[in-house]
Design a protein around this ligand. Sequence first.
Ligand code: NAD
Ligand code: UGA
Length: 462
Amino acid sequence: MSDNAFSKNILCIGAGYVGGPTMAMIAAKCPHYKVTVADINAEKIRAWQTENLPIYEPGLLEVVKKAYGKNLFFTTDIEEGIKRADIIFVSVNTPTKMYGGGAGKTADLQHWERTARDIFRIAESDKIIVEKSTLPVRTAEAMERILSANGKGLNFDVVSNPEFLAEGTAIPDLENPDRVLVGSKETERGRKAREAIVEIYANWISKDRIITCDIWSAELSKLVANAFLAQRISSINSISALCEKTEADIKKVAHAIGMDSRIGPKFLNASVGFGGSCFKKDILNLVYICEYYGLHEVARYWESVVKINEYQEGRFVQKMIHAMFNTIAHKRIALFGFAFKANTGDTRESPAIYVTRKLAEEHARVIITDPKALHNAEYDLKDILQKYVEFEADPYKAAEGAHAIAIMTEWDSYKALDYKKIYERMEKPAFLFDGRNILDHQKIYEIGFNVYPIGKPALTHF
Ligand code: NAD
Ligand code: UGA
């Protein structure tokens, strides 16, 4: 079909965890739009063109299949995509900058700026540019400055439309979001551009859940949403340390406080720590912005959320070493799960990376199992492979001859394993460290394990 057969021609630059699923959903819900997703990574684009998608996300393949080849296309031809599109979503990665000024805190905007310059160089008509990546507040200003220097007499309107999906639930999050946020300049052109983006989502989301605001508030809201979510986890994790000292039970505390409707029950699962590509980077970004504006107390406040997370990861490893008689050298330790959360193969900033490295430093032999993340795990640990790490798809085999199991990811399949069978094949005394509190600890203890949950007293046989 020619481009004229479609009422909007949408391009997304960046075919990752956000660009791929978001555009697949727009294409599936809006057969009257043409949606093209472009990326510099040819291997990733090839994978999007097959049934073997480059990311694991429940329900994603079905959504892609609905639209692929009809109004959804994947390409490496960014230039052609830019020329044809009326609306360009930019969903490139914005990791923490690891060099120069702001290293370790601020966002690395090199990919973002490169796309701005590509658009500036290639565009032959007016465009709406949509910030989908998570960006420091006031990035739109820099984008507009780059684009307005085009000298071609073209108009570029920059709109902020941050993404709130969580991995593992991306499809339901996109299909039925709590809210969609669209921010723009409060000018006539800005408001018109904003309306064009609202119109896309209004194809399947009710208008009362599509909120509009100024561009700076939209940009900042994304960073603040992630900071608040991570803060809840650090808050409950900090209390889990106190529970372990006082024999209180973190699950009961979380339940009791969560029933207060002002607090609410979600995001109160104590764990080995939060992971994922965004929480840490977005908080550090917020910290950097606060420091830039001289708000040092505010910066320290948010920085403590990351510090508590590091404390929780460190505490978990220390507990393992201490419980296993202060030496784990040459002991086999099976890690159940490597992904940063269940239902994804993503391992970015997974606590399992930190835990593996610390165990390896103590010369333990770590056997890693995970239903979806082994490939990424091998990449994350390539420098310590062979000497300290093994990979095993079958959790029963991973635990064979092990001194301990540590549950790192809350995969449902780990709840349903036959722990009696596992126990029988392990070295004794057998230890189980439940970094996600997903097992029935009393039952596991009765099988014979020494059990160490998070935020609850340990159950030991000695
Ligand atoms: P990702 O690394 O999975 O994908 C980014 C893609 O952009 C990569 O495939 C990369 O090859 C491509 N890219 C980089 N530079 C490019 C360029 N110049 N031209 C074309 N393609 C280019 O990242 P992601 O997880 O999808 O995150 C993207 C943004 O969305 C980040 O800012 C992130 O903070 C934000 N975000 C992520 C999530 C999430 O769950 N992962 C959720 C909400 C928001
Ligand atoms: C998070 C946010 O939830 C999304 O709204 C946001 O769009 C996204 O970051 C982003 O900007 O990238 P995500 O990181 O995919 O999504 O997953 P979450 O469900 O938020 O989990 C993050 C981490 O916190 C995981 O390691 C998870 O296991 C951990 N977690 C979560 C806990 O330890 N306890 C909880 O109660 C909840």
